[in-house]
Ligand binder design. Structure first.
Ligand code: B1M
Length: 232
């Protein structure tokens, strides 16, 4: 049977998730949207669909990209398919009814165009009650500063997926320090090549391993900052 003939709704949950991994690999956006919809209709929570069907599928794509089996054009199609599924999940992840807890400016650093992880973090932050201003990809220090000035957030979030672009986070933090602005913001960083040690070394307030950790960390640090402000 060709993929065109396959009735996704006839598959059981495990088969459907496996099929979605294949469809993500093949960059089939319509099928990913349909699969996402079916899992939601079957009562799966948006977080579970995200983790088990989409993020896991993208992990498999990443392995073959690293090993030279998949190339940029193919991975772009996979990314596009992933975004199709994420668009369906976005309102559901954001719909927690939590009242506004703070404001975040987030962007992917200069030289880096990866945005799926950043977009997920933005969604989870929205779900946790933050107002999120996503300033996009390939953001240089001037653009970060301009966005901070314009939006006056509580938190600055930076994403980097390349070992060659992650040092740019330090450029941004150093510039904030040089301008006497560093203490105004909680700075959170994340992205696959980073780790706790790197986050500490560049002077970030925290490294966030994934989107859920980013949302938790943002809530914890903003609460701590407000408690401190009321105690003074
Ligand atoms: Co790129 N790429 N890519 N790529 N790509 C990686 C990152 C790579 C690891 C692939 C590999 O070799 N296995 C490798 C980097 C190697 C390295 O530096 N160590 C790589 C490379 C080399 C490249 C190019 C240089 C390839 C080339 O041109 N030869 C090129 C660079 C382009 C550029 O940026 N200048 C390139 C291009 C691309 C595409 C355009 C094709 C596409 C991006 C499309 C898009 O984003 N719109 C792409 C993709 C899709 C990937 C992989 C396969 C998947 C990334 C992804 O979306 N993951 C990736 C392999 C991999 O990571 N396994 C790879 C899913 C996402 C949910 O996870 O982004 O890690 P992640 O985000 C997580 C956490 O990291 C964290 O939370 C997120 C959600 O849980 N997080 C944050 C992320 N940002 C955060 C910010 C925070 C907090 C947490 O702030 C508070």
């Amino acid at each position: 049977m060709s993929d065109d003939d396959l009735d996704l709704s006839s598959l059981d949950d495990a088969e459907l998730v496996e099929q979605m991994h294949e469809d993500l690999y093949d960059g089939m956006a319509d099928e990913i949207i349909e699969g996402t919809q079916i899992l939601l209709e079957r009562g799966w929570g948006p977080q579970r669909v995200l983790n088990e069907a989409l993020v896991e599928g993208m992990r498999i794509v990443g392995v073959d990209f690293r090993d030279g089996i998949l190339f940029v054009p193919e991975v772009l199609l996979s990314a596009n398919a992933m975004k199709g599924g994420m668009a369906l999940l976005r309102p559901l992840l954001a719909e927690t009814g939590v009242k506004q807890v703070g404001k975040v400016v987030i962007g992917t650093v200069k030289g880096d165009i990866h945005d799926i992880g950043k977009n997920l973090v933005a969604m989870m932050l929205e779900g946790a009650g933050f107002e999120v201003v996503d300033i996009g990809i390939n953001i240089d220090v001037q653009a970060y500063l301009a966005a901070l000035e314009e939006h006056q957030p509580d938190i600055l979030g930076m994403s980097a997926l390349l070992t060659t672009t992650m040092p740019y986070m330090k450029v941004v933090i150093d510039e904030l320090t040089a301008r006497g602005l560093r203490d105004r913001y909680i700075v959170l960083v994340g992205g696959a090549p980073l780790n706790e040690e790197f986050g500490a070394a560049i002077g970030a307030d925290a490294y966030c391993r994934d989107a859920a950790v980013a949302a938790e960390t943002a809530q914890t640090l903003i609460r701590a900052r407000r408690d401190l402000a009321t105690a003074v």
